[in-house]
Design a protein around this ligand. Sequence first.
Ligand code: ADP
Ligand code: PSU
Length: 312
Amino acid sequence: MTSPAAARITVVGGANMDVGAQTQTPLLPGDSTPGHIHYAPGGVGRNIAENLARLGSAVALVSVVGDDAFGHDILAHTGSVGVDVSGVKALAGQRTATYLSMHGPDGDMALAVNDMAILERLTPALLQAEPAMCPHTDVLVLDCNLSAPTLAWLLEQATQPVFVDAVSVAKCQRLVHVLRRVHTLKVNRIEAQALCGTVVDTVDDAQRAALTLHGLGVQRVVLSLGALGVAWCDADGSTGVRSASAVPVVNTTGAGDALLAGLVHAHALGLSLPRSVEYAMACAEITLSSTFANSPDLSHAAVQSRLAAATA
Ligand SMILES: Nc1ncnc2c1ncn2[C@@H]1O[C@H](COP(=O)(O)OP(=O)(O)O)[C@@H](O)[C@H]1O
Ligand SMILES: O=c1[nH]cc([C@@H]2O[C@H](COP(=O)(O)O)[C@@H](O)[C@H]2O)c(=O)[nH]1
């Protein structure tokens, strides 16, 4: 398995400034709690693009940010890790999307707010007007932060395989009428429940839900189950499960984004879906040991050595 992959990839999706607050004592509603606040570029689409660049893919991001300090930081950081950001437009008079999360002393997320109104400006008209924003690459990756019309337009005009991240229970509803256009869908347990209308508690439930989504028209489904691992349904309707390894977890933020980046990179390397899942889970595990949504330790070599250690 060699890297970098020859395929060119475009990710169209959200680019946020993540603002995370971690307290040493339980959060007290109505009072201020001492803690640590950190800032880092995030956004599902942007995270996937950064992870792909770290793995060695040739990747371009198409998105919008505000012409403000957060927007400039996101552009500088994302470009510095090797993502082509010529398709990220800084819009005057708009605020960069922001994701605010609060974590209690145990590290678990207590609440999160996403303020991503700027994504409404990423319209089919804007994409067609700006040559750098037109995705003419071998693989397209979309996240459901995009507005429903933009998501539908991109899926309908795509001639290349399209990988989609469902992002959240609310946003994944935007996919309902365009599932047939999706090559590979990454959903988590609660997004799968929302799309299938069935309870997804166990790995058996997850395999059934993956098959249901395949029946609704998605070619390949990858359903992430946190510490339980991943269930999938391949293009021929076959299903499978892979358990997660017992790994030290510093922060689960962005684990799903690393999983999707790993799936895309593995596809570009020509791997089957079961082997792509194995590769992608190694990517997610590396990210779990990082404080932020993307790990500086993620690389194709790091994934390979993790996979080799697991089979030794
Ligand atoms: N506690 C954990 N232990 C081991 N692996 C984990 C853990 N949490 C997440 N993962 C890995 O990261 C993947 C994505 O995490 P998950 O939380 O399911 O995604 P999302 O962030 O999209 O909700 C999982 O499928 C699994 O491979
Ligand atoms: O509606 C959204 N919520 C969250 C994100 C992004 O997802 C990442 C955190 O996701 P999670 O906690 O699901 O791993 C952060 O980078 C955040 O900016 C997003 O793009 N859209």
